[in-house]
Design a protein around this ligand. Structure first.
Ligand code: GDP
Ligand code: MG
Length: 687
C-alpha cells in the first residue's frame, strides 16, 4: 500500500525553535526553495512513518498573521493555498503569553492544530507549570512538551501528529468573543461578503469579514465588490468612533483578552514576571482577598451615585409631569368627573410619567455599567465570580450572561448560547431573571426613597441587587446539583487589557439602553397603562353609595368596585401574609406584562378618583399607606417573582419548550412567595 501523502506545517514565533524541531523531525531529507513569488526561504522535509508520507514545511517565523510583513502574508497564504492536514504551532513556553497571540490567530483560521510547547526546559527553570488539559481544551488541540535542542519529546510529538492524522479532533474550535459592538459589525460584513463565492470558499467568510474589518491591506486587494469594501470601511469607522482606536487594534485587544484568559487559567508561576499596567491593576482588582470586596464596593458606589446624581433631574421631570397634569386638568371645570380627563391625567400622564421620571437614574445606572464594561472591568467581575462559583462546582462563564441580565433578561438569556453544555445553559437561563433588570430598577427607585433615609438609599439598592445575584448563584447551584446535574467542563474567561473609555462610546452605550427604556415607556407601558386605567376605573359604583364617605374612603370604595380592585381583593387573602394589600395586588398583576408597570399601576391606583387639588407625589402616598417592611417586601417579591412575559417567551424559544418557561414562572413565583413570607413574618416579630 502506498503511504498516504500528508502536509504538516510548522508555525511559530521567530526563535521558538521551529527549525530545530523541523530538523529533528525530518533529519537529512530536506529541500530548500522559495515560496512562490517572494524571496522568503521555504524549507521542506519528508518523513515516512506508519503509513503516512509526511511533508513538513517550516513556515516563516511570525508573531502575528496580519499583513504587516511579507513573512506573515507568506505564512497565512501557505495555509490557505495548501490546506495543510495539520499545523504544528511551535510555542516558546518560556515566552508563553506572547507566543499565544499567534496561536489565537491560528484559532481564527480554524485549522487542525497541535501545540508543541518547546523550550519547556527553560520554562521549567523559570518556574512555569502548565495545565495541559485546560490548554488543550481552550484551543481544541492536543498539547505536547518538547525540548528541541536536546531532541526531547520529538517522538512524542510525532506520535501526537500521527494520532491527530488517524483520528482528527472532532471538537469544534472555540470562538474568541469580540464583544457585541465588533460582533455586530462583523455580522454586517459577513452578510455582504457572503456573495463573493470564490473568496469565501478560499478564506471562509468569518475570517474574511474579520480581515476586512481590520482593513487588512492584503485582503482588501483580493477583488472584493465595491459594496463589500464600503461596508467594511463604514464598520471600521463606526468602531473607531465608539472606541477612539482603529478597528484592528480593537480586534487585537480581544485576542489579547483571550490570551490573558488562557494564561491566567492554564499557567501557574512560582516566579513573578509580568509587569505591564493592566497586570498591575489586575494585581489589585483580581486579588484573591481584595477582589470581591472591591467589586461589591464598586457596585455600591454605582448605586449611591445613581441615586444622589439622579435625584435632582428626577425631581424636575416629576414636577414637569405634575405641571402637565394640572394643565390638562384645567381644560375641564373643577371637580369634573370626565372619563377622558381621568384617562389623560391619571392613566397616561400618571402611569407613563411615573415610569419616565426614573429616566435620569436609568441614564446614570447605564452610564456606570458602560464605564465598567468599556474599561474592561466587567470581564474581571466575571473572573472574580468564577473563583467563587468554581468552589461551588460552577464556572464563571455563566456569570457573563448574568451580567447582561442587569440590563434586560431577554438578551441575557440569548447570551447563554456561549455555554456549550446544555444543562449548564438551562440552569443559567432559569436563574437569569433573578438579576435585577433595568425594568425592576424603577420599582426600587420608587420605593427606597419612601422608606429609607438618604444615606441608606444607595445601600438598599445595592442590597437588593446583591440579594438577586446571590439567589441566582444559589439557585443555579441547586439546579446543577439536582435535576440539571453535570460536570461544568472547561470555560475560558477572557481578560481584555484595560482601556480608557471614550466619551462617545460611553454616550452610545448608555443611550442604547436608555432609549429602549424610553421607547418601552412610550409603547408597551403606555398601552398597558391605558388598559389598567380602564380596569381600575370601571365599573363605577353608584354615586349615592359614595355620598356620605370621606374623600379617601370614597376613593377606596370606588377602587374596590373596579375590575382591578376586585381582582386585587380576590388575591388579598393570599398576599396579605406577605404584607401586601389589594392595591399592591393589582400592580403585581400589571407587572407580569412588564415590570415597570408595577410603578405606573401604583400611580394609577393612588390617583384614580382622587380630588385633583390634594394631589401629592406618589411617594408621599406610599409613605402614608405602608411601612418600610412592606416596602422592602414589595421589592423582594418583585425581584424574585415571575419574570415578565418577554422573558418567558424568550425562555421558551431558547429552551425549545413551554415546560421550562412554565417551570421558570412557577418556580420563581413560589420562591418569591416563600422568601417574602419569611421576611415579612420575621420582620413583624422583630419590629
Ligand atoms: P526558529 O527561529 O523558530 O527556527 O528557532 P531555531 O530552531 O532556529 O532555534 C533558536 C534557538 O533556540 C537555537 O539556538 C536552538 O538551539 C534553541 N532551541 C531550540 N529549541 C530549544 C529548547 O527546547 N530549549 C532550549 N533551551 N533551546 C532551544
Ligand atoms: Mg527558523
Amino acid at each position: 500500500m502506498n503511504p498516504k501523502k500528508i502536509t504538516v506545517a510548522l508555525a511559530g514565533n521567530p526563535n521558538s525553535g521551529k527549525t530545530t524541531i523541523f530538523n529533528a523531525l525530518t533529519g537529512a531529507r530536506q529541500h530548500v526553495g522559495n515560496y512562490p513569488g517572494v524571496t522568503v526561504e521555504q524549507k521542506e522535509g519528508f518523513r515516512t512513518v506508519k503509513g503516512y508520507e509526511i511533508r513538513f514545511v517550516d513556515l516563516p517565523g511570525t508573531y502575528s498573521l496580519t499583513a504587516h510583513s511579507i513573512e506573515e502574508v507568506v505564512a497565512r497564504d501557505f495555509i490557505f493555498r495548501e490546506q495543510p492536514d495539520l499545523v504544528v504551532d511551535v510555542i516558546d513556553a518560556s515566552n508563553f503569553e506572547r507566543n499565544l497571540y499567534l496561536t489565537t490567530q491560528l484559532l481564527e483560521l480554524n485549522v487542525p492544530m497541535l501545540l508543541a510547547l518547546n523550550m519547556s526546559d527553560v520554562a521549567e527553570k523559570q518556574g512555569f507549570a502548565f495545565d495541559d488539559r485546560k490548554l488543550s481544551a481552550f484551543f481544541a488541540s492536543p498539547v505536547v512538551h518538547t525540548v528541541g535542542s536536546k531532541g526531547k519529546g520529538i517522538e512524542r510529538l510525532l506520535a501526537g501528529i500521527i494520532k491527530e492524522l488517524d483520528h482528527p479532533s472532532e471538537e469544534p474550535k472555540p470562538h474568541i468573543s469580540y464583544g457585541k459592538d465588533i460582533k455586530r459589525e462583523l455580522d454586517k460584513i459577513e452578510a455582504v461578503v457572503d456573495q463573493e463565492h470564490q473568496l469565501v470558499s478560499k478564506y471562509g467568510k468569518t475570517w474574511l469579514a474579520l480581515k476586512l474589518l481590520e482593513q487588512d491591506e492584503d485582503i482588501l486587494t483580493k477583488g472584493h465588490t465595491e459594496e463589500t469594501l464600503a461596508v467594511a470601511r463604514q464598520s471600521a469607522e463606526a468602531l473607531e468612533q465608539i472606541y477612539g482606536d482603529r478597528a484592528d487594534i480593537l480586534v487585537a485587544e480581544k485576542r489579547y483578552g483571550y490570551v490573558s484568559g488562557v494564561y491566567e487559567q492554564t499557567v501557574k508561576r512560582t516566579i513573578e514576571r509580568r509587569h505591564d499596567i493592566s497586570d498591575c491593576i489586575d494585581k489589585i482588582l483580581l486579588n484573591r482577598v481584595l477582589g470581591l470586596p472591591l467589586f461589591l464596593g464598586l457596585m455600591y458606589l454605582v448605586f449611591m451615585l445613581t441615586f444622589s446624581l439622579g435625584e435632582y433631574p428626577m425631581g424636575w421631570i416629576e414636577s414637569g409631569f405634575g405641571w402637565l397634569g394640572e394643565v390638562v386638568s384645567s381644560w375641564w371645570p373643577a371637580g369634573s368627573q370626565s372619563p377622558l380627563k381621568s384617562l389623560l391625567v391619571d392613566g397616561i400622564i400618571g402611569g407613563v410619567g411615573g415610569v419616565i421620571i426614573f429616566l435620569p437614574n436609568i441614564l446614570f445606572l447605564f452610564l456606570a455599567i458602560a464605564l465598567l464594561e468599556d474599561s474592561g472591568y466587567m470581564a474581571r467581575a466575571a473572573f472574580l465570580m468564577d473563583r467563587v462559583m468554581k468552589k461551588m462546582g460552577l464556572h464563571g462563564k455563566s456569570f457573563i450572561p448574568m451580567l447582561i441580565g442587569f440590563g434586560c433578561s431577554v438578551p441575557a438569556i440569548m447570551g447563554t448560547r456561549i455555554l456549550e453544555d446544555r444543562k449548564a445553559r438551562l440552569a443559567t437561563i432559569m436563574t437569569i431573571p433573578l438579576m435585577s433588570c433595568g425594568a425592576r430598577f424603577p420599582i426600587y427607585a420608587l420605593i427606597i426613597p419612601c422608606f429609607f433615609a438618604t444615606e441608606w438609599r444607595g445601600f438598599m439598592m445595592w442590597l437588593i441587587y446583591v440579594i438577586g445575584v446571590l439567589l441566582a448563584i444559589l439557585c443555579t447551584i441547586v439546579l446543577r446539583k439536582t435535576f440539571l446535574k453535570g460536570d461544568s467542563g472547561l470555560f475560558l474567561l477572557e481578560l481584555p487589557p484595560y482601556r480608557m473609555p471614550t466619551l462617545r462610546g460611553l454616550a452610545i452605550h448608555m443611550w442604547e439602553r436608555s432609549w429602549l427604556y424610553l421607547k418601552k415607556a412610550g409603547t408597551v407601558i403606555l398601552m398597558i397603562s391605558i388598559i389598567l386605567w380602564a380596569l381600575t376605573s370601571y365599573p363605577k359604583p353608584d354615586a349615592d353609595r359614595l355620598e356620605n364617605l370621606s374623600p379617601e374612603a370614597a376613593q377606596q370604595a370606588e377602587l374596590q368596585h373596579s375590575v382591578a380592585g376586585r381582582l386585587g381583593k380576590i388575591m388579598e387573602p393570599v398576599i396579605r401574609p406577605l404584607g401586601f394589600d389589594y392595591r399592591i395586588g393589582t400592580a403585581l398583576i400589571g407587572a407580569l406584562a412588564a415590570k415597570e408597570v408595577f410603578v405606573s399601576q401604583m400611580a394609577i391606583v393612588f390617583s384614580v378618583g382622587e380630588e385633583q387639588q390634594e394631589s401629592q407625589a406618589l411617594r408621599d402616598k406610599l409613605k402614608a399607606n405602608y411601612t418600610p417592611l412592606q416596602g422592602f417586601c414589595v421589592m423582594l417579591f418583585c425581584l424574585i417573582s415571575a419574570p415578565c412575559v418577554a422573558t418567558l417567551a424568550i425562555t421558551r424559544r431558547e429552551t425549545g419548550s413551554w415546560g421550562w418557561a412554565l417551570l421558570q414562572f412557577g418556580g420563581l413565583t413560589v420562591l418569591a412567595y416563600a422568601l417574602t413570607l419569611a421576611v415579612y413574618q420575621i420582620g413583624l416579630i422583630i419590629q
